[in-house]
Design a protein around this ligand. Structure first.
Ligand code: NAG
Ligand code: NAG
Ligand code: NAG
Ligand code: NAG
Length: 175
């Protein structure tokens, strides 16, 4: 509850009208290719209004029983600097617990519905993000927060057994 209040308070602070959201880039960085690697990772534009992100990660040491993800929202000034959050979510606890941290719930809602990851640990299969549409990101962001127009990036680190195995960075422009 406290997390949600902070979220709403910070939303009020940065409140401003944001019109249009674009995916501008995605970077998938494997840090330990003996543990996991990206099979693909891209943004695709079908037409002006339909743009999506897809990625697939193959896991080489299954089953994976301990996973954490940390998220930071970055904003571009001279380079990307931490802007809003820097939270670590224990994925295994998250899926065990029905009484979830609202901030974790909110951030994971950005992509979880488009993955095959929304289940309890262990993970014993490739992880797929399938056609996450910019519209979903747009609606999800603007339903709770109104970020000021700027270039943003969502940095995520994927940590298994307390070792950072991969980074995924999604770059977004709000205009
Ligand atoms: C864009 O492509 C999607 C998927 O093929 C389609 O449903 C939609 O109508 C298209 N939009 C425009 C404006 O062409
Ligand atoms: C988030 O916090 C962790 C731990 O304090 C730190 O290592 C990391 O650099 C931070 N990330 C960003 C983007 O500031
Ligand atoms: C993965 O785990 C599920 C559920 O625990 C199990 O049914 C399945 O056989 C496992 N698959 C592999 C490839 O180990
Ligand atoms: C996540 O945390 C790890 C360990 O503290 C840190 O090395 C990494 O930079 C963090 N990632 C992000 C996106 O903040």
């Amino acid at each position: 509850m406290f997390g949600l209040m902070c979220l709403l308070l910070s939303a009020i602070k940065v409140a401003e009208i944001s019109g249009h959201v674009e995916f501008t880039n995605i970077k998938c960085e494997p840090l330990d290719k003996s543990f996991s690697d990206f099979e693909y990772c891209y943004i695709k534009a079908i037409n002006r209004s339909y743009k999506y992100v897809s990625l697939k990660v193959n896991l080489f040491k299954i089953p994976v029983t301990k996973v954490k993800v940390n998220f930071s929202v970055m904003k571009r000034f001279n380079g990307y600097l931490p802007f809003l959050y820097n939270v670590t979510i224990d994925a295994c606890k998250f899926f065990e617990n029905s009484n979830r941290n609202p901030l974790a719930q909110y951030l994971s809602g950005l992509f979880l519905p488009f993955t095959n990851m929304a289940h309890k640990c262990p993970f014993n299969h490739s992880l797929i993000l399938d056609k996450l549409p910019i519209d979903h990101v747009n609606n999800h962001l603007t339903s709770v927060l109104k970020f000021p127009p700027a270039d943003y990036a969502l940095y995520t680190s994927w940590i298994a057994y307390d070792i950072n195995r991969a980074n995924v960075k999604v770059f977004i422009t709000l205009s």
